[in-house]
Design a protein around this ligand. Sequence first.
Ligand code: PEP
Length: 235
Amino acid sequence: MKLLVANWKMNLTVHQTLDWCQNYLELFKEIDHKLIICPSYPALTAVSQLIKDTDIALCGQSCSEHRNGSYTGQVDAQSLAQVGCSYVLVGHSEERNAFNLTNEQVAQKALRVLEAGMIPIICIGEPETVYQAGKTQEYLEEQLFDIKRAFNGAPAYIAYEPIWAIGTSKIPTNEELIKIVNNLKLFIQGCAFLYGGSVNAETITQLNQIKDFCGYLVGNASLDGHELKKMMELP
Ligand code: PEP
């Protein structure tokens, strides 16, 4: 049973998110996949009510590295737990890039998520120049260094998302992915691994041949509930 994490980013307004739920939630009432959805912050409370009788779980798209205080515009992990989140994405490449996040800040965010009783989904991934230079493994290990030091076997998902594969229709080969995930498993123990980057109903069959990923982080394709459901049904 693979896990699908639907990252809606800032693609849906609150009203559009509620429309999504009205149009598609019924499709996911009886599924043998695990589904986690990541609406924008202002939609979390309402969505949490709508999914309360389903197996769907709620995930924040980020949180502050701080517990609380004078941090205008930031959202603390505890509040995300209070509005119904069980998971939080941390260190998505779009966030790392927009806010120049350091790996240490990402590790702090992940710790705040754990402290608040939720599970972090920690995103890592290399830019195309690093991939072309054959330095992916070193880059990923550097991104995970502080996490490895601070975590001590705490539960977490690591989502491997090559930046050049996000929203581009390009994906690494299965051989490349198997090598990367196996090296990551040796580098950091106790985590489960997801793949993200152009996962959709066309690419998922090839990716499903890889047994080492327990699921996928899905951006664009998750905006269409029918495509998301189809991805669960494909072998
Ligand atoms: C993402 O941004 O996390 C992502 C995986 O996007 P997409 O599926 O659109 O490539």
